[in-house]
Write a protein that binds this ligand. Sequence first.
Ligand code: UDP
Length: 329
Amino acid sequence: MSILVTGGAGYIGGHMVLALLDAGEEVLVLDDLSTGFRWAVPPQAAFVAGDFGDAELVARVLREHRVEAIAHFAAKIVVPDSVADPLGYYWNNTAKARTLIAEAVRAGVPHFIFSSTAAVYGEPAESPVVEDIQLSPINPYGRSKLMVEWMLADTVKAHPLKAVVLRYFNVAGADPAGRLGQSTPNATHLIKIAVQAALGHRQGMDIFGTDYPTPDGTCVRDYIQVSDLIDAHMKALAHLRGGGGSLTCNCGYGRGLSVKEIVAAVKEVSGVDFPVRTAARRAGDPAALVAGADRVRHLLGWTPRFADDLPAIVTQALDWERRLHNRQG
Ligand code: UDP
C-alpha cells in the first residue's frame, strides 16, 4: 500500500514526502513539475510526471500502486494571479480536485488529506480565528480552496471516504536537516523575501503598509514551520488509519508576529542590516490572521517543535536560501 502525494515535488508536499519516507512509508508522487522540481523528490519515492486532474492517469496509479491515502498538495497558490485568472484557478484548484476526489471514491481509497488555507477566512473580524466561524474568502484563490472543502464535506457523507482538511496559515522555514526548502523563483512570501534581502540576493525589501490597526502598524500573521505543519499531516494520517472521522483543523501556532518583528528577526539572525522601505498596502491583505490552534492540538495530538523559536525558522530559511543560491550558481 502506498501514499499518493500530489504536488510532492513542491515546497510543502516535498516535506511530506520526506516525512513519509522517514517513517518507512511507501510514497508515490504525482506532480506536473509546473512549479515543483524533479530533484526535490528523493529516489526512494516513486514518481509520476502528470496532472492530478487526468482521470485515466489517476485511476491507473491508484490501482497499480494500491493507494491507501491521498495527500493533495498540488495547487496554484498566488493570490494576485488568482484575481487575474480566476477561471484558471477554478479549473486547476477546484475542477481538477473534483476529478481526483471522484477517482479516489471510485477506487475505494479510504483516506484523503487536503491542503486548504487560512484564505478561506478572508478578513476575519476576530483574531485568533477558529474553524467554525463564517467563511468569507475575498479572492478566487481562497474560494477555489473553499469549494474543495465543500466537495469533501459532501462526499464524506455520501461515500466511505474520510477526509482531514488542514487550513494552513503562513508556512515558513525549511527541513531542519537541510534537505529541502522553499525553492520557487519569485516567491512572494515575507520570510523568503527578507532572507533574500539579508543575503544580498535582492536590493532590500518593502514593508507593505504601516498603518494597519495592529500594535506596530504592520500586518500580523501566524508563521508555522514547514516540518511542524507536515507533522500535523502525519498525525492526520494516523487519525484516519485509526478509524477517526473527517475533520477540519487550522494549522498555525496561535501566535501572531508582525512584519516588523519578522524583519527584525531576520536582521538579528543574519547580522545584516539590509535596507527596508515603507510601501503602500498590498491589496487584499487582512490586518491580522492568527490561528485558533486548539483543535489540531487536541483532536490530532499535535505538538509543534518550533512554536517559540522564530530564530530557528529564520536560520533554516537562511541556510536553505544559501544552498539554493549555490546550486543555481
Ligand atoms: N509582506 C511585506 N513585504 C514583502 C512580502 C510580504 O510587507 O515583501 C507582508 C504582506 O503584506 C503580509 C505579510 O508580509 O502582511 C505576509 O505576507 P506573505 O505574502 O508572506 O503571506 P500572506 O499572509 O499574504 O499569505
